[in-house]
Design a binder for this molecule. Structure first.
Ligand SMILES: [Zn+2]
Ligand SMILES: [Zn+2]
Ligand SMILES: [Zn+2]
Length: 317
């Protein structure tokens, strides 16, 4: 069997399942050439549905982990990137910081660096998001942990960013472009603030020092205020890279007693699972790449819940 036919059937099947899950009434038969556009149309709702499911009662009522939903951990993963169009058009935005340009997220046509919509455009600008997103008027931190300095290959996406609860359940996924900039992480955080049913006060990120200073100076909106008031620390594994005095005082996970027994490496564990698929995802489109990760993480979460239940049963024997 041709592997492309198998992949088409897989995406078609999951698209139909998603449409039923979203309560769409019209489940027409789609020809293969329409599947990608249909996934793209539904993608914002599929993302929301995933986040609502895993931050709500389906998770909380069934997860038996003692750390369930105590903290939220965010991290980016630059393996498993895909080819993206070089055209510098395409924004993401949130109320607090407005819009930021991340470039076109579509796949280039064969033999070109540009997608079907931009291949004949006269204004072809190579993208790469390297503008500083820290505040110049603050003393710069000594730690070399800024993620935007690890730019992706300029013709590729920058991977995915995951939000994972301390019990290991993934609650949100977003794709990154150019690099893992603080502004993209921030837009993702404000999106999560709207979408999650339970946003814990404890929060860990491996570059928490730069992020903490970034969020502290952005508090015009309700989302901005909420994020700035989180107890934000560096995850335990990466804290040794934070050499600045400011970090040791302000984002030290060992100084916050609620973090003592919590797993702050839940993202690393998720990425170990996700990176198995990096060869399969590198040729995917924007729509199929995002849908694929949501489906895989949904399976990963279901498995986590089953394992947490089994662990409790074993302990009680
Ligand atoms: Zn849980
Ligand atoms: Zn394009
Ligand atoms: Zn630091």
């Amino acid at each position: 069997m041709d592997r492309r036919r198998l992949s088409e059937a897989w995406f078609k099947w999951h698209l139909i399942e998603m449409k039923i899950g979203l309560g769409e009434r019209n489940i027409d038969t789609l020809v293969c050439s329409e599947v990608d556009a249909e996934i793209q149309r539904l993608l914002p709702r599929i993302h929301e549905h995933f986040t609502e499911k895993w931050s709500g009662s389906h998770h909380c009522d069934n997860c038996k982990s003692k750390d369930c939903s105590q903290a939220l951990i965010i991290d980016g993963h630059m393996k498993g990137t895909r080819l993206v169009c070089d055209f510098m058009e395409g924004d993401i935005c949130c109320e607090e910081i407005g819009s930021i340009t991340v470039g076109c997220n579509q796949t280039p046509v064969k033999g070109s660096y540009f997608c079907v919509n931009h291949q004949h455009s006269l204004m072809k600008v190579n993208k790469i998001e390297t503008q500083p997103d820290t505040d110049e008027n603050q003393h710069s931190l000594q730690c070399k942990t800024e993620k935007r300095k690890q730019a992706a290959n300029k013709h590729r996406s920058a991977g995915i960013c995951c939000a994972v609860y301390s019990c290991g359940v993934v609650v949100g996924i977003t794709e990154l472009f150019g690099c893992e900039s603080l502004s993209q992480v921030y837009v993702f955080l404000t999106w999560l603030w709207h979408a999650v049913q339970h946003f814990p006060r404890l929060f860990a990120y491996d570059d928490a020092c730069h992020l903490k200073r970034y969020v502290n100076s952005r508090q015009k909106t309700a989302a901005g205020k909420f994020i700035a008031n989180l107890t934000m620390v560096v995850d335990k594994m990466h804290f040794k890279n934070h050499v600045d005095k400011w970090c040791k005082q302000n984002v030290n996970p060992h100084k916050v007693k609620e973090f003592c027994d919590l797993n702050t490496e839940a993202c690393e564990q998720t990425f170990k699972f996700v990176s198995q698929f990096k060869h399969a995802t590198k040729h995917m489109t924007y729509a199929s790449y995002n849908l694929f990760h949501l489906i895989m993480c949904n399976m990963y979460n279901e498995d986590k819940i089953i394992k947490s239940t089994k662990r409790i049963k074993l302990q009680s024997h």
